[in-house]
Design a binder for this molecule. Structure first.
Ligand code: HEC
Ligand code: HEC
Ligand code: HEC
Ligand code: HEC
Length: 351
C-alpha cells in the first residue's frame, strides 16, 4: 500500500491539471429561500424539539456570531462590513427567507437546513390525510411520508441525504475564507459524535419524555456514511484549491486521515467490501492544488461506491465495528434533557 502522508508536502507544491472554467457543484447547501417556512412553522407542533434546537450552536450562532470577536476578525480580513447580511457567512451560518426580492436572515442553521425547505411538503407532512392521527391507517401514513419525501423532505431514515447536508457546511470549501480569513477548518467533525450531542433531538417518538441516542444499528450506519462522505466532500473541496496554503494542505491532511480510518475499518471489518475500494480510490498523486478533474473523478467514484453499499445488517455482524465508533464522552456539546413530564401525543412511528 502506498504511503500517502509522506509525499504530501512535496506534492502540494506541484501544480496539477488546471481547468479553471469547470463548474463544481458543492459548497454550502443551495436552498431556494422562497421555499423556507422557518423554524417557528415547525415549532408549532414540534415544541420540545424546537427547545432542544434553541440550545444548540446552530441556533445560538444567529444572535451571537455578528458580534463575536472571532467572527469580526475574520470579516475584517475579508473586507466584509456586516456579517449578518454577508452572503458568504450566511450561506452556512444563517437561514434566509425570501420576501419578494428581499432575503431576510431569520435564524441560524435551522430545521430546514437539514430536513430541506418545507413550503412544498409541510402541508402534506402534517395533514394526516385529513384525519386524526389515531384514525390514519399505516397505508395512509406511508403514502403521506412518500409524498412529503417526493416533495423534498429529508426524513430521519435517509441518512445519506442528511449527512450530505452536514458535510456541505462542515467541510469548508472556500479557499479565501480559510487562507485570508483564517476561518476554522473544522477538521474534527465526525458524524456520530457531532450528531449525538447537542444536535440530538430524538424526542418526537419518545413523546418528548426522553432524548436517547440513535440505536446501535443506526449509529453504525451513520459512522460508515460519515466516513465515506467526509472523504468525498473533502476531495471536492480540495478540487477548488488554486494555491498552496492552509486551505489545500489541511484538506489534504483531512483526506489522508479519513482515508486511513476507512482503510483501518476495511481491514478489521470486511463486512462492507466497498470500503477498501473507497480507500483505493484515493492516491497520493491526487492530493495537489489545481487538480480539479482527477479530484472530482475520485470524489465521484467514492460517491458511486457509497451508493453501491448495502448497509443492511441482516446477521448482526456490524457490531464488530463498535470499537471504532466514538464513545458517548466524545459526543459534541450538551445533550438536551426533556422538560416535560406528562405524555404528549405523537403520530405513528415512522421508522
Ligand atoms: C401541524 C403539525 C406539524 C408541523 C407544523 C410540522 N410537523 Fe413534523 N411531524 C408532525 C407529526 C404529527 C409527525 C409524526 C410522524 C408522521 O406521521 O409524520 C411529525 C414527524 C416529523 C418528522 C419525523 C417523521 C418521519 O418522517 O420519519 C420530521 C423529520 C419532522 N416531523 C420535521 C418537521 C419539520 C422540519 C417541520 C417544519 C418545516 C415540521 N415537521 C412541521 C407534525 C407536524
Ligand atoms: C462553508 C460553510 C461556512 C461558511 C461559508 C462560513 N462558515 Fe463559519 N463556520 C462554519 C462551521 C461548520 C463552523 C464550525 C466549526 C467548528 O466547530 O470547528 C464555523 C465556525 C465559525 C466560527 C467559530 C465559532 C466559535 O465560536 O468558535 C466563526 C467565528 C465563524 N465561523 C465565522 C464565519 C464568518 C465571519 C463567515 C463569513 C466570512 C463564515 N464563518 C463563513 C461554516 C462556515
Ligand atoms: C443539524 C441538522 C438538523 C437540524 C438543525 C434539525 N434536525 Fe431534525 N433530525 C436531524 C437528524 C440527523 C435526525 C435523525 C437523527 C437520529 O435518528 O438519531 C433528525 C430527526 C428529527 C425528527 C425525528 C425525531 C425522533 O423522535 O426520532 C424530527 C421530528 C425532527 N428531526 C424535526 C426537526 C425540527 C422540528 C427541527 C427544528 C426545530 C429540526 N428537526 C432540526 C437533523 C436535524
Ligand atoms: C447550513 C449549514 C450547516 C449544516 C447543514 C449543518 N451544520 Fe453544524 N454547524 C454549522 C455552523 C455554521 C456551525 C458553527 C456555529 C457557531 O458556532 O457559530 C455548526 C456547528 C455545529 C456543532 C457545534 C460544534 C461545536 O464546536 O460545538 C455541531 C455539533 C454540529 N454543527 C453538528 C452538525 C451535524 C451533525 C449536522 C448534520 C446532521 C450539521 N451540523 C449540519 C453549519 C451547519
Amino acid at each position: 500500500m502506498r504511503n500517502l502522508s509522506k509525499p504530501l508536502c512535496v506534492a502540494l507544491l506541484m501544480v496539477g491539471s488546471m481547468v479553471a472554467s469547470q463548474q463544481i457543484a458543492v459548497a454550502a447547501p443551495q436552498f431556494d429561500s422562497a421555499r423556507i417556512k422557518g423554524p417557528n412553522a415547525c415549532a408549532e407542533c414540534h415544541v420540545e424539539l424546537a427547545k432542544a434546537w434553541k440550545g444548540s450552536r446552530h441556533a445560538k450562532s444567529f444572535s451571537e456570531l455578528p458580534s463575536s470577536d472571532k467572527a469580526l476578525a475574520i470579516a475584517k480580513k475579508l473586507n466584509i462590513k456586516k456579517i449578518k447580511t454577508a452572503k458568504l457567512c450566511g450561506s452556512c451560518h444563517t437561514t434566509h427567507q425570501a420576501w419578494g426580492d428581499i432575503l431576510l436572515p431569520i435564524a441560524g442553521v435551522s430545521c430546514e437546513s437539514c430536513h430541506n425547505p418545507a413550503a412544498d411538503w409541510i402541508k402534506v407532512h402534517n395533514s394526516y390525510s385529513g384525519k386524526k392521527s389515531n384514525t390514519e391507517s399505516m397505508q395512509e401514513a406511508i403514502s403521506r411520508w412518500q409524498t412529503a419525501e417526493a416533495k423534498g423532505m429529508i426524513r430521519p431514515y435517509a441518512i445519506r441525504s442528511w449527512t450530505r447536508r452536514c458535510y456541505e457546511c462542515h467541510v469548508i470549501d472556500d479557499e479565501k475564507l480559510i487562507n485570508q480569513g483564517g476561518h476554522p477548518d473544522d477538521r474534527r467533525f465526525e458524524l456520530v459524535a457531532w450528531s449525538q450531542g447537542e444536535v440530538r433531538h430524538n424526542l418526537w417518538y419518545n413523546r418528548g419524555l426522553a432524548n436517547p441516542p440513535a440505536d446501535g444499528d443506526l449509529l453504525r450506519k451513520m459512522f460508515v456514511t460519515g466516513l465515506v462522505l467526509e472523504l468525498e466532500m473533502s476531495l471536492r473541496a480540495l478540487a477548488k484549491a488554486r494555491a498552496s496554503g492552509p486551505y489545500a494542505s489541511r484538506l489534504a491532511e483531512r483526506i489522508v486521515a479519513s482515508r486511513k480510518k476507512i482503510e483501518l475499518l476495511a481491514g478489521a471489518f470486511p463486512g462492507i467490501p466497498e470500503m477498501q475500494t473507497v480507500a483505493n480510490a484515493v492516491t497520493s498523486e491526487l492530493l495537489i492544488f489545481d487538480n480539479q478533474i482527477p479530484l472530482l473523478a475520485a470524489a465521484d467514484r467514492v460517491a458511486e461506491l457509497m451508493e453501491a453499499m448495502d448497509l443492511k445488517d441482516e446477521i448482526g455482524e456490524f457490531e464488530r465495528m463498535d470499537r471504532f465508533l466514538p464513545k458517548p464522552a466524545a459526543y459534541r456539546g450538551q445533550v438536551f434533557q426533556p422538560t416535560i413530564k406528562a405524555p404528549a401525543t405523537a403520530g405513528p412511528a415512522a421508522k
